[in-house]
Design a protein around this ligand. Sequence first.
Ligand code: SF4
Length: 212
Amino acid sequence: MERPHHLPAPIFFQRPRPTAERPLVVMMSACLGGIHCGVDGSTYGDHSALRSWLLRPEVRLVRFCPEDHVFGTPRMTPDIHGGTGFDVLDGRARVRFEDGSDRTDELVRGAMAMRDLALREGVELAILMDVSGACGSSVTYAGSRFTETPRYQQGPGVAAAALIRAGIPVISQRDDRSLRMLRDLLDGTRTLADERDHWEKEWYQEYFAQRP
Ligand code: SF4
């Protein structure tokens, strides 16, 4: 199975070690950044372990929630119907809440706001929450997640797609190899062991091997 192109290339991590004077600018899904912006007002779990090594002078975090930006919190859950986030941006797929209402235009607006903020701030890398119809990068739901047999698909959500098209590499909270390489870059170490990115793990390989 092919390595997703949205992940940072190995050369990304060969740059000079960031400093407080020249920090790495990282966009982060606001929920991963500890902001209670999930559809239910949560942060979708405790992500403090991830933040513990990112909160340092050598990193400038830019936190943003594209869904909260346009829908507010709490809200219903937008999922992509008929394609990936790229297809939504190109007008070939739609975004719907679980009540069936079409929310495509709003989520595209939120995605563009996230992309524009990233470009204004000089973001070099994004760390986003996977599976979200907005922030997902490796995996999103194919259609509504509120069915008896929800299905997953490869490909980004709408906001992640906008960032990828702007040339910004994306890591999800499940991409352990890339996260380790980022931490090594920040620490000035080389500790990579057997971490794997999400696409290399059993679930992804087995699930998508059965679904072309
Ligand atoms: S849209 Fe992104 S930042 Fe907002 S709650 Fe969902 S995953 Fe988190």
